[in-house]
Design a protein around this ligand. Structure first.
Ligand SMILES: NC(=O)c1ccc[n+]([C@@H]2O[C@H](COP(=O)([O-])OP(=O)(O)OC[C@H]3O[C@@H](n4cnc5c(N)ncnc54)[C@H](OP(=O)(O)O)[C@@H]3O)[C@@H](O)[C@H]2O)c1
Length: 232
């Protein structure tokens, strides 16, 4: 990790550090040793459905230093009362609300409270884990309505934030990443045979290398783990 890693005065933040990919990202950012501190945030301290907890977490980060790398590695495909839908008849408003709360609104609130902490005078990266199934143009299989739609909403939120951020933070990069199919709690029941399934550490290495190569021209992008654009 070059660019994002040269700033020893900066603090790195991984939101969702309890998750499969989030834990691997936090471990590797620590191992690369290029930040003054690496702060992992997760429940119960930070709950995406509780804006107060996000604001308090942002204050704790601000007290620790200036964040120059923020990675949002949270997400929800299934959980209590939430199952990826196979057809319209399975749509449940409460489950859809939960998917949007965690996958779209929560990261938007992280942007709201953490983007103002980024430095205005040097490079900073705000990376959010999205999913390729959130691509509208790439959707040929259907299904997973809530997850797909909430990730599409997330992509638009990241893009909109990037437009705003580049005005005040010209060296900042704000981008959405697809990590690949990765062996975690989220995917274990759904990874199809024949699909390449990565270990979290492998995905984290590729993501951090790609994050290190980002330039402000990449801001607002929807990218794979190597930094290549994914169609919206
Ligand atoms: N794994 C894949 O194949 C794959 C593919 C494409 C995209 N992604 C994306 O990659 C990201 C990471 O996924 P993962 O595979 O690492 O999944 P994971 O192991 O299930 O981790 C999900 C993370 O999200 C957190 N989270 C969920 N709801 C939350 C809430 N209300 N408040 C705070 N944190 C919450 C979890 O916290 P708790 O530990 O407290 O539950 C956990 O840290 C997600 O955005 C996912 O959509 C994954």
């Amino acid at each position: 990790m070059q660019g994002a890693g040269v700033d020893r005065d900066g603090v790195a933040v991984v939101v969702g550090a309890s998750g499969g990919i989030g834990a691997a990202l936090a471990d590797q950012v620590r191992a690369r040793g290029r930040f003054r501190a690496v702060i992992g945030l997760s429940r119960p301290g930070l709950d995406l459905t509780d804006e107060g907890s996000i604001a308090r977490a942002a204050q704790r980060v601000a007290d620790a230093g200036t964040p120059t790398l923020v990675i949002v590695a949270t997400g929800l495909l299934h959980g209590p009362g939430v199952e990826p839908e196979k057809a319209l008849r399975a749509l449940d408003p409460a489950a859809m609300t939960t998917a949007f709360a965690v996958n779209a609104i929560g990261p938007a609130l992280i942007l709201k409270h953490f983007a103002p902490l980024l430095p205005k005078d040097r490079r900073a990266v705000f990376a959010v884990l999205s999913a390729k199934v959130g691509s509208v143009s790439d959707n040929r299989l259907g299904g997973w309505h809530s997850y797909r739609a909430s990730k599409a909403a997330l992509n638009q939120i990241v893009r909109t934030a990037a437009v705003e951020l580049c005005r005040s933070h010209p060296q900042a990069v704000c981008a959405a990443f697809h990590p690949g199919t990765v062996a975690t709690r989220l995917s274990e029941r759904f990874a199809k045979t024949g699909l390449q399934v990565l270990e979290p550490a492998e995905a984290a290495t590729a993501l951090l290398d790609a994050i290190g190569r980002l330039t402000p021209d990449d801001s607002g992008g929807f990218l794979d783990r190597f930094g290549a654009p994914i169609p919206w």
